[in-house]
Structure formats: C-alpha cells, structure tokens
Design a protein around this ligand. Structure first.
Ligand SMILES: [Zn+2]
Ligand SMILES: [Zn+2]
Length: 280
C-alpha cells in the first residue's frame, strides 16, 4: 500500500491527462493517488473514473496558489466536495483575475513597442491556465527575446517594465474555502516555500495538515515538519508533485509516498470536517 498525494494533470500544467496519470500510477504500483491540479478541479471527474477502471484509489484534491510576504504559498485541499458552489466561485474569481493580469501585461508590452497580441499569448497555452510563461513564449516566437528566461529577466519578472503583480489571495482564505467545501487543507512543500513562520497562524485559521514528504525536503526538513505536525496535531502527507516531466525541478511519480496510516488519518480528518460542516 503506497500513495503519492501530490500530482498534476493536463487540467493544469501537467503533461499527462488524468486517465494517463492514473494508468501510470497503477504501473508504478501505487494503490492511491492524490490529484491536485493548480487552482482547478477540472481533471477530477476523469481521474476518479480512471481510478475505478484501473483499481487505483483517487483522492480528489486541488492546489491553491496564495501569497504571503512576497512568497508563493500553496495550499492543498483533499477529499473536498469539488462541485461545491463556494469553491467553484472562488476558482472562477481566481481564473478571471489571472486573465486580467495577463491582459494588462500584454497591453503594457504593446505600449513599450512589442507587437504581440493576447491571441498569440493564448496560442501558447497547452491546457494549463494562461500565465507569464505563455507571454514569454509569444515574445520568443516573435523574435523579441532569444529564450523564455531572457524574456522573464528583461521584461516579465518582478520589477521589470511589463510586470503586473498577481491578485493577492491570503493563505488563510484558501484554508477557509477548502474547509467550507468539506476538504482537508494541507500546507504544501513548506520547505520549498520557506513558510515555517506561517504555520502557527495557519493552524489558527484551521490548517489540518502539512506536506512532510516532498522531493526537495532533506532529512532535516522532513524531521522538522514531522515534529511540527505532531506539535500542532496536523495530518502528515507527502507526494512527488509529479508534472509528467522528469528533470532538475520535477520528480518522478511515486518519489515521495505515504502509507496506509497517513492515508487513513487524512480520510478520518476529512470525515470529521464534513461532520462538523453539516452540524452548523
Ligand atoms: Zn506547489
Ligand atoms: Zn504541485
């Protein structure tokens, strides 16, 4: 029994469709998998159907992007009711804000004399949500920059001329939205986000878990988060953050796993949250 609780599909920026991902999970000997696309639940129906078909337990999830002290903080939500109204409205607001930001960045570029259109930027999208990488790709295609990296460094990064900040979502707000949808809010890769100082406040807001096992967490970090989990009575999760590509920044499926005990605790926590939600 082994579960990888952090993966992405083509519903966000992963390379494999939900069906392909679940098939690979079975081939890798995983008995359970958490599907946690960025700011969308669009892949969950297909993932759950594939899970039934291939005999893999699919834990429905999401990974919400938030900001704290100029850092990107990701909040995972597990076993949430992904058709819940409030959650869908929240995701729609995020989607619109992201689109508005990209529109503003494109008009800023045009003011600066770069002849690119929103249509060209959208043409670079391959299933995932439109973002700065697509503007960069459009600039490269037009010959305005030799590479995506250069486009970021010269124009699109924070402090550069075409930069527009993203709409801010507080981590506590993401925790609240997940709880309201009956899900278990879990702080993703705190080691990567350098988010240790945020943990006590998030626990106050209702955080229920911490992603202890993660590719870039070394033994010391893993130990520290295990300790924090027990201090704050948080469930322990782990996953590879598999995106369908394996390179320096991306681990392979099943690299970080949890066993039946952690999965059982996660499920029990979800049941408790749902029971409390129906009481109020
Ligand atoms: Zn993340
Ligand atoms: Zn992720």
């Amino acid at each position: 029994m082994a579960a990888d609780l952090h993966t992405h599909t083509t519903a966000s920026d992963g390379r494999l469709s939900p069906d392909e991902l679940i098939r690979l999970a079975r081939a890798r000997g995983l008995t359970a998998i958490g599907v946690t696309d960025h700011d969308t639940v669009a892949g969950l129906d297909e993932a759950l159907a594939a899970g039934k078909c291939y005999g893999v337990t699919v834990v429905p999830g999401v990974e919400l992007s938030t900001e704290w002290e100029d850092r990107e903080i990701h909040i995972l939500g597990y076993y949430l009711e992904w058709q819940e109204e409030n959650l869908l409205a929240f995701l729609e607001t995020m989607r619109r804000a992201r689109y508005r930001r990209i529109t503003r960045m494109v008009s800023r570029l045009r003011e600066l004399g770069y002849d690119i259109t929103l249509g060209e930027v959208e043409g670079e999208v391959r299933g995932e949500a439109v973002g700065r990488p697509h503007i960069a790709a459009a600039l490269v295609r037009r010959g305005y920059a030799p590479s995506v990296e250069v486009a970021f460094k010269s124009l699109l990064a924070r402090g550069r001329p075409a930069y527009v900040p993203r709409a801010k979502v507080e981590p506590a707000r993401a925790v609240e939205v997940i709880l309201k949808a009956g899900g278990v809010p879990v702080l993703a890769h705190p080691g990567l986000s350098r988010a240790d100082a945020l943990i006590p406040a998030l626990v106050e807001s209702g955080l229920q878990g911490v992603e202890v096992y993660y590719p870039v967490h070394d033994a010391a970090a893993t130990g520290r988060y295990l300790e924090l989990a027990s201090r704050y009575e948080l469930v322990v999760t782990g996953g590879s953050d598999f995106h369908g590509i394996i390179d320096a920044g991306h681990a392979d499926l099943g690299t970080c796993r949890v066993g039946p005990v952690e999965l059982e605790y996660l499920l029990r926590r979800a049941e408790k949250i749902k029971a409390q939600a129906t009481k109020v």
